[in-house]
Ligand binder design. Structure first.
Ligand code: GLP
Length: 248
């Protein structure tokens, strides 16, 4: 595991964006696994800036996102489709046909899970998967459970996740209780994983995920088993971890 300690959120965003940029430069037609949430927003802003300066070309890049709320249309401002469009896709030269997310409107769960697994296979797997970390250790929407879910599946979100995400919804909006998410197997098959974490509120769960037992009760703990994991986190998020111990 490689750990890059950033001074703050801005520094974390720049360091992580540098790593993604290197991937895009080294393999112009790479497959990027992308994430939503507050954490990657600064990374996307930085990538947009470098694209505008002419340093990055997304013309051949393909992207596949981790998750989408079940029941939300791509035009719903709370959907992850909308998030990706407004925070990244519409500001860079990626062809929209090269971007893939689960279809939140598909009622047939089995059909949608198979379709999305098929897309990941069709793309030939993921070169670099960007991941944020949920407060309960979730990655994508793989919530704490008794077993790791392998492929794409539909999850009932935990109360803590619903509450954490409620900050992004207006008072009268219905917060989705289910989501489609890429499974742990697909995430672990990514050639490289880039985990980004910021803030003191994530310090305990980051410590559990990286130094505790590998258990589906803390889904991110499985990342300890990946052979090309890079963590970029700010000082606050790393404050409970002894980095020297961990990278020994
Ligand atoms: C969300 C997303 C995750 C994300 C996590 C952390 O619910 N489904 O993919 O990584 O929670 O979000 P944030 O970065 O806003 O803390």
């Amino acid at each position: 595991m490689r750990i890059y300690k950033a001074s703050d959120y801005h520094d974390m965003s720049r360091k992580a964006a540098n790593i993604i940029s290197a991937q895009v430069i080294m393999k112009a037609d790479c497959v990027l696994g992308l994430a939503t949430g507050s954490t990657p927003i600064g990374i996307y802003k930085q990538l947009i800036e470098w694209y505008r300066k002419g340093d990055l070309d997304f013309g051949e890049v393909k992207t596949v996102n981790l998750d989408e709320y079940k029941g939300l249309s791509p035009n719903n401002v709370q959907s992850y489709h909308y998030f990706m469009k407004t925070n990244l896709f519409e500001h860079i030269n990626i062809p929209m046909d090269n971007t893939y997310l689960p279809n939140g409107l598909e009622e047939n769960v089995e059909f949608e899970c198979q379709r999305f697994n098929g897309i990941i296979d069709m793309l030939g797997g993921i070169d670099m998967q960007l991941l944020g970390l949920g407060h309960n250790g979730h990655i994508g929407f793989n919530e704490p459970d008794e077993a790791f879910e392998k492929g794409t599946h539909c999850v009932a979100l935990t109360q803590s996740t619903i509450e954490a995400n409620s900050r992004l919804f207006a008072k009268d909006e219905i917060i989705p209780k289910y989501a489609y998410t890429m499974g742990i197997r697909s995430i672990m098959l990514a050639k490289k994983i880039l985990l980004v974490v910021s803030g003191i509120d994530k310090a305990d769960i980051l410590k559990d995920a990286l130094t505790g037992p590998v258990t589906p009760a803390v889904p991110a703990s499985i990342l300890q088993m990946h052979n090309d994991l890079t963590l970029v986190a700010d000082e606050a998020a790393l404050s409970k971890i002894n980095i020297n111990e961990l990278t020994k």
